[in-house]
Design a protein around this ligand. Structure first.
Ligand code: KIV
Ligand code: ZN
Length: 389
């Protein structure tokens, strides 16, 4: 049975770039956009054109450059924003306007000093106006995570009637639990007339560390687009991480869902975005962190040397990492030492290994990590004769 496709909507250049210290210049944005297109993302959110002349220019240039992906520009539910976005997107092969408004009680009261009916009116006006420029219009119900489902369904129904092709259900504050977010998507699927005319999209923030789990709950319950960023960068604690959702779907065939992403490019893309944004990837980051395929405890190392699958659920080559690494520390065992010694040219007999291991532990207790260059020194200090191979 062929798998259902989940569209990957990358917002590294919009939600990701909003992060303090992550600002990119126009050239860097173009290079990243080209890379995202090559990676296989379906939609690139290139920026918020009305926000500054620089962002307008970037969205214009990205629209001219991108060959395959749809290029999307963000707007508020404001006519001027929509006009400016349409202008910036006019060269795109496929253009999408992403417009919307806050729908939670808190946004309606404190941000807009408004009421529910007036919010629906503004939402419908924004979508209808955006439709006069482009066919593909995505509507976001900001703070949908904290919006009551009945009202959310009313808003969705109204904007789908006005022509919205995608309904973005953001958990803007990263508040929802996976069950709750999944149930929200299910509720909309079951209670919005005309829902079959639109794609439901998950846009989850990571304030409680649940962005990825919530996005997966969303697609399990019928959403078919995930909004995410490379390395999970984004406002506050970040957005859903692209590499995580892509690999979750790939590693769990029973979900029967997949994306168009070429996963072999994930590691390099992560490194490239990290370098350009000056935002380091935490070493223990799933999929792309420096330690994601590194094994340092003796028990794990012994297993991985015998068979990689004992402690790895992903083949590193599938995400563009050359191979798993066996890191030598004071917690490593003889199997790891013998393995690394062999890699640098020393084949140790069992007796020799026992001797060298004693010396190794002394050295390891004083040093955080043992490098290839340290191994011959440790062997020499152990006072045994070994022919290097
Ligand atoms: O988190 C959010 O609600 C957003 C919207 C503007 C889509 O980023
Ligand atoms: Zn967001």
């Amino acid at each position: 049975m062929s798998k259902d496709k989940v569209q990957i909507f990358d917002t590294t250049l919009r939600d990701g770039e909003q992060v303090p210290g992550c600002k990119l210049d126009a050239k860097q944005k173009l290079v990243i956009a080209e890379r995202l297109d090559y990676l296989g993302v379906d939609i690139i959110e290139a920026g918020f054109p009305v926000s500054s002349p620089g962002d307008f220019k970037s969205v214009t240039q990205i629209s001219e450059l991108v060959k395959n992906a749809t290029v999307c520009g963000l707007t508020r539910a404001v006519r001027k924003d929509i006009e400016v976005a349409a202008e910036a997107l006019k060269s795109a092969k496929r253009a999408r306007i992403h417009t919307g408004i806050g729908t939670s009680d808190s946004h309606i009261k404190f941000k807009f000093n408004s009421n529910k009916d007036a919010i629906i009116e503004r939402a419908v006006d924004a979508v209808s106006y955006a439709k006069s420029f482009v066919e593909d219009v995505e509507f976001y119900a900001e703070d949908a995570g904290r919006t009551d489902n009945e009202f959310l369904a009313r808003v969705c129904e109204a904007v789908v009637k006005a022509g919205a092709t995608v309904l973005n259900i953001p958990d803007t504050t990263g508040y929802c639990l996976p069950d709750e977010y999944g149930a929200k998507i299910k509720y909309l699927k079951e209670n919005v007339n005309g829902i079959h005319n639109a794609v439901l999209s998950c846009h989850c923030h990571n304030d409680l560390g649940l962005a990825t789990a919530n996005s997966i709950a969303g697609v399990i319950n019928g959403a078919r687009q995930i909004e995410c960023t490379i390395n999970g960068i984004g406002e506050r604690a970040g957005n859903t991480s692209l590499e995580e959702v892509v690999m979750i779907l790939r590693q769990h065939p029973s979900l029967n869902l997949d994306t168009n992403i070429n996963s072999k490019l994930l590691f390099d893309t992560s490194q490239m975005v990290s370098r350009k944004m000056g935002m380091m990837v935490q070493p223990n980051k799933a999929i792309v962190g420096a330690n994601a395929f590194a094994h340092s405890s003796g028990i794990h190392q012994d297993g991985v040397i015998k068979n990689r699958e004992t402690y790895e659920i992903i083949d590193p080559a599938d995400v563009g990492v050359n191979e798993s690494s066996i890191v030598l520390t004071a917690r490593s065992g003889r199997a790891a030492l013998a393995y690394r010694a062999k890699l640098v040219g020393f084949e140790l007999t069992k007796l020799q290994l026992d001797e060298v291991y004693e010396e190794f532990l002394k050295f390891a207790d004083e040093n955080k990590e043992i490098s290839d260059e340290d191994i011959p020194k440790i062997i020499e200090a152990s006072n045994i004769t070994i022919e290097s191979i």
